[in-house]
Design a protein around this ligand. Structure first.
Ligand code: B12
Length: 216
């Protein structure tokens, strides 16, 4: 797997075809060979999920194929996550993260959470289908610096506005910021609902949260 590059690599194929055992074994081998975990994520794993989405759109894949691809992706990510999370002792800040109400997609949200942990943040992951009030209750309890909300569906991204409203009406409205992301979300949408930030991917999310927590 040392040439873990282009689409069509064994790891890409294993995830796309939902071969969970294969994706775990290939990831183990690649990591043992010293391949950068970020390369595995960006060059093999995310492109495989993107292709799964394209096939779903073209009706070549149905929900079961998406589910088994997601399972293969998660198996590989479980091996990579600890490597992304290696960090020093003092957290740089606290982040509450979750996928918005009505939405069950958790892979991208998990990746953002892991990258933030790797960036030195303490991350509280509330999972999927999270109500606006639950985001805010956790953020108040943990005195969070940032609430990070994910949505993958055009039908659920609108619920992000509820989280923004709940935060603005809470006791931590002055100290806690809110960022949003996920495939259908754009900077323009983030601005339109009054969010404090948006980023397109997990590594940009780390830069974004850093800039929010410690403004230049
Ligand atoms: C896997 C998958 C599923 C799996 C999810 C499994 C899981 N545990 O997550 C299952 C099978 C459950 C599923 C179900 C459905 N899905 Co689906 N799914 C996908 C798929 C193929 C991949 C998503 C993914 O994991 N991508 C990989 C990750 C790494 O990328 P990401 O999530 O975009 O995250 C990155 C960025 O967006 C960003 N990011 C994400 N969150 C956040 C948060 C913050 C704060 C920030 C800053 C950044 C950020 O950083 C991440 C890393 O770089 C997408 C297609 C696609 N390419 O997006 C469709 C897709 C999202 N699904 C779709 C649909 C329609 C559905 C269903 C309605 C299908 C159905 N008829 O039942 C259901 C909805 C269920 C529900 N209520 O949520 C559509 C959505 C269309 C739309 N515009 O709304 C898509 C786009 C497929 C398509 N092309 O039609 N799905």
């Amino acid at each position: 797997m040392s040439e873990s590059g282009a689409n069509g690599s064994p790891l890409y194929e294993a995830i796309l075809t939902g071969d969970a055992d294969g994706s775990v074994k290939l990831t183990q081998t690649a990591l043992a060979d010293g391949v950068d975990p970020n390369d595995l994520i960006n060059q093999d794993m995310i492109p495989a999920m993107d292709e799964a989405g394209r096939r779903f759109e073209k009706r070549e894949f149905y929900v079961p194929e998406l589910l088994i691809a997601a399972r293969a992706m998660k198996g590989a990510l479980a091996l990579i996550r600890p490597l992304l999370s290696e960090r020093g002792v003092e957290p740089v800040g606290r982040v509450v993260i979750g996928t918005v109400k009505g939405d069950l997609h958790d892979i991208g949200k998990g990746l953002v959470g892991s990258m933030l942990e790797g960036g030195g943040f303490e991350v509280f992951d509330l999972g999927v289908d999270v109500a606006a009030d639950s985001f805010i209750a956790k953020a108040v309890e943990q005195k969070a610096d940032v609430v990070a909300v994910s949505a993958l569906l055009t039908t659920t991204m609108t619920a992000m506005k509820d989280v923004v409203t709940a935060l603005r009406e809470s006791d931590i409205s002055q100290t806690c910021k809110i960022i949003v992301g996920g495939a259908p979300v754009t900077q323009q949408f983030a601005d339109s609902i009054g969010a404090d930030g948006y980023s397109e991917n997990a590594s940009a999310a780390v830069t974004l949260v850093r800039s929010i927590v410690t403004p230049a």
